[in-house]
Design a protein around this ligand. Structure first.
Ligand code: SRM
Ligand code: SF4
Length: 574
């Protein structure tokens, strides 16, 4: 590892360094009557998969001196979103026992619980582990949940995606025994000196995200990640992985030096070197990433500063395998895998649209009951998608049809009957759980989509694919900056409107209108929607149309970067 100037370390670096590999005083606080943890441990808890939050709806109206209504978010990491029926049922059971009665499918194919009380953290984590899953490294300055195309096909590329996602997750999982000691009553480690051979005592400078896609499907939004792998086949054989680096979407309002950025091509590697390549990128980040300013501590800033050539040289200097030129590919297609889809060996999958990933029972639509019944009755594989949806896989065709009927009986609309504005929409959780939210998102999106659905139907484009995404702050958790249309929270009731991404997610959107009130969101883009409906060419999405109007329709970003990205970055949006 490169030597670092420890005097310039941020406070979080100091917490990590003195934590005895993620132990801190977590165990003591669990054993105490306190309702919440002290500041230092909050950073460490993230590595264990949990965030301390409080009910933000209850912040106002507290009497003087009354403490916040503390609760916890708990995140399960599931590489490529894969779970078994038994795991799903175990996860579902915990939602009532320890959380707020809901499961939340995340934009990175993981699962979240909200509203877990401090005293219930340990039994919940133990139960998740008992179901052979983990919350370890679902958050924190480490490799996060590794994403992969969820389609349950066994052709070489799909199989390679699943294998690569699992191998990367395995390779970069923290080695510290702290998790087992604290949550699973594992044996105490006598010495902690050599506990983290890869991460060392301060782990990575910041979160690190990897996704694996296919040349035939970019459903994981490959360009938004620190590292993206794209599986490329040659006939029936897997030929190589293209490696892209330096993507990331988080920005801060009013800080022009923060930016959303798309990943760019590094080169290609042989299939057996995929996990090794990701590990080298993570090691360069570990050794050279910014540890003084967390706002600039993502890989994208290092690559922005160095340039891709210097990064490539550093990669080659560390790799014991060849980094070949990127393999040129056309723009990546995109699928959401919803509805009835043929898969391997005569089996079928049924993809269920879940609004903002929230598996809950509402008055009219009982997603949780419907999914629990479908999973317990037909024993499918369960795969979470990057669009916050769920696929039930490995079904016989008659069972897949019965699943659709069962869902309908609980009020769940089949995907083919959904308007495009709804089917492709996403929102982050925001209020009342997220501590960083400055505006509503998940709770507001349904009403906004209702308005857009009605307008787009009137304009005759109800079923034309369009991605509408909303977030409660500029951090980008629902990947707003690659959508056709996005609403990014500025403050309560106020949003920035972005336009110009698209389904393929290979282009960044532009700031289109600033500071628009909730009740004026449709009005702000209606003239553009009208023109799109009347003037679009066949297959032209809203983002494509907007880019054409702006004179930037071509060329689009390709996987070798031979052409320039159309919209650049949105760093100057403020
Ligand atoms: Fe995120 C922080 C939720 C995907 C960028 N994100 C948070 C926290 C933990 C808030 C906090 O730090 O206190 C949110 C918890 C809210 C809650 O109440 O549950 C949160 N992020 C989510 C999820 C649940 C959104 C969702 O609708 O599913 C996603 C969990 C994924 C998972 O399973 O691991 C989620 N977050 C993303 C993505 C999208 C992606 O990774 O594909 C991004 C943009 C990509 C990127 O990382 O650049 C994203 N989240 C952030 C950031 C900005 C990071 C940055 O570099 O600036 C933060 C803030 C931070 O880290 O300081 C953040
Ligand atoms: Fe919270 Fe902002 Fe992420 Fe939404 S985008 S979950 S408000 S951090």
């Amino acid at each position: 590892m490169a030597t670092r100037d420890k005097t310039a370390e941020s406070a979080v670096e100091i917490v990590k360094r003195s934590s005895r590999q993620l132990r801190g005083t977590i165990e003591e606080t669990i054993g105490s009557d306190a309702t919440h943890f002290a500041t230092g441990d909050l950073q460490l808890l993230k590595f264990h998969g949990t965030y301390q939050q409080d009910d933000r709806d209850r912040r106002r109206g507290r009497s003087e001196g009354e403490e916040k209504a503390y609760w916890f978010m708990l995140r399960v990491a599931l590489p490529a979103g894969l779970a078994t029926a038994a795991q799903y049922l175990a996860f579902d059971d915990l939602a009532d026992r320890y959380a707020n009665g809901t499961l939340r499918i995340t934009t990175r194919q993981g699962l979240q619980y909200h509203g877990v009380l401090k005293g219930d953290l340990k039994p919940t984590i133990a139960a998740i582990n008992h179901a052979l899953a983990t919350t370890l490294s679902a958050c924190g300055d480490v490799q996060r949940n590794v994403m992969g195309c969820p389609a349950a096909l066994d052709d070489p590329a799909h199989a390679a995606v699943r294998d690569a996602a699992r191998a990367i997750a395995e390779e970069l999982r923290p080695a510290s025994r702290a998790y087992h000691e604290i949550w699973l009553d594992g044996e105490r480690q006598i010495s902690t000196e050599e506990e983290e051979p890869f991460y060392g005592e301060t782990y990575l400078p910041r979160k690190f995200k990897t996704a694996v896609a296919l040349a035939s499907d970019n459903c994981v939004d490959i360009y938004s990640h620190d590292v993206g792998l794209v599986a490329i086949t040659d006939g029936p054989a897997l030929r190589a992985f293209n490696v892209l680096v330096g993507g990331g979407l988080g920005m801060t309002h009013g800080k022009g030096d923060t930016m959303a950025r798309l990943a760019e091509p590094l080169g290609s590697v042989a299939p057996e070197d995929a996990a090794g390549a990701v590990k080298i990128v993570a090691a360069i980040f570990r050794d050279h990433g910014n540890r003084a300013d967390r706002r600039h501590a993502r890989l994208k800033y290092l690559i922005h500063e160095w340039g891709i050539e210097r990064f490539r040289e550093e990669f080659r200097a560390r790799a014991l395998f060849p980094l070949n030129p990127s393999i040129d590919l056309p723009s990546l297609p995109w699928h959401d895998h919803l509805g009835l889809t043929p898969e391997r060996g005569g089996r079928w999958s049924y993809g269920v649209y879940v609004p903002s990933g929230r598996v809950a029972d509402g008055e009219h639509q009982r997603y949780r009951t419907a999914l629990r019944e479908a999973v317990s009755r037909y024993n499918p594989g369960v795969v979470f998608t990057a669009q916050q949806n769920v696929l039930l896989t490995g079904l016989t065709k008659p069972d897949a049809v019965k699943v659709e009927r069962l869902l309908a009986a609980h009020g769940v609309t089949p995907p083919h009957a959904l308007a495009a504005a709804r089917r492709f929409s996403m929102a982050c959780p925001a209020l009342p759980t997220c501590g960083l939210a400055v505006a509503e998102s998940e709770r507001l999106l349904p009403a906004v989509v209702d308005q857009f659905e009605e307008a787009l139907t009137r304009l005759g484009v109800r079923d034309v694919p369009i991605t509408i995404r909303m977030t409660g702050c500029p951090n980008g958790c629902a990947r707003p900056y690659t959508a056709d249309l996005a609403f990014v929270g500025r403050s309560l009731g106020l949003y920035h409107v972005y336009v110009g991404g698209g389904l393929a997610a290979d282009r960044l959107a532009d700031l289109y209108r600033a500071d628009v009130r909730t009740d004026a969101l449709l009005e702000a883009v209606y003239p553009l929607l009208e023109r799109w409906a009347n003037e679009r060419t066949i297959g032209e999405g809203l983002g494509d149309f907007y880019q054409r109007l702006r004179g930037r329709a071509e060329p689009r970003l390709t996987l070798t970067g031979k052409e320039e990205p159309t919209a650049g970055s949105v760093e100057k949006a403020e």
